[in-house]
Write a protein that binds this ligand. Structure first.
Ligand code: 5GP
Ligand code: MG
Length: 177
């Protein structure tokens, strides 16, 4: 099936049913791995909102859920770029943290998020991403424990991911053609 978003063509890549099946398996892994702790799931907005909602329905252990957003702005007089996490309201000290991402491309964003979470001194950090582009990845992450689907170096939309701000509401995932 083909669709158009903002004059660009996309074709169906991963159906929602396939995503749901994968999330059931990841849910089982998480339920086992965190059975004896109360982990904190941290979703990185905006892209993660749909994935996070479906993933958490498969997590049956006691857990906390929160969301952060990356901000970048020109900080001091030296015009250094200062990045921060918006929305981290409670302490992560000593907690088991699971960072939930929509997609990891170069890994630059994730690297920054991990660095900022590390400052909070959690007991552990794991990363759960719906999509991963292994060929685009520029960093190694030992935290990358849960991956929904590995995909080619291609541009995808839907299920939280946008093209020029559009398409986040699509239930299935589409690739640019
Ligand atoms: P990275 O920092 O890993 O290179 O990229 C992370 C961010 O780039 C993602 O959170 C997402 O916002 C955006 N991104 C990377 N690849 C894609 C893609 O294929 N489709 C969409 N919609 N966004 C992408
Ligand atoms: Mg993201």
């Amino acid at each position: 099936m083909k669709i158009q978003i903002d004059h660009k063509d996309f074709e169906l890549m991963i159906e929602h049913e396939q995503v749901k099946k994968r999330l059931r398996l990841i849910g089982i892994q998480l339920n086992v791995a965190y059975e004896y702790s109360i982990p904190v799931f941290i979703g990185v907005l905006n892209g993660c909102f749909m994935f996070m909602a479906d993933l958490m329905k498969e997590v049956h252990i006691a857990s906390e859920v929160c969301f952060v957003k990356m901000a970048s702005y020109n900080g001091d007089q030296r015009q250094e770029e200062v990045k921060s996490l918006i929305g981290l309201s409670h302490s992560l000290k000593g907690r088991e943290v699971i960072i939930v991402e929509d997609i990891i491309d170069t890994g630059n964003t994730l690297k920054e998020v991990i660095q900022m979470v590390e400052k909070e001194e959690p007991a552990s950090i794991a990363v759960c991403t719906l999509l991963l582009k292994p060929d685009a990845l520029e960093h190694e992450f030992e935290e990358l424990a849960y991956v929904g689907f590995e995909i080619e170096n291609e541009f995808v939309v839907g299920y939280g991911l946008d093209y020029n701000g559009i398409g986040r509401n699509l239930k299935d995932i589409y690739r640019a053609v």
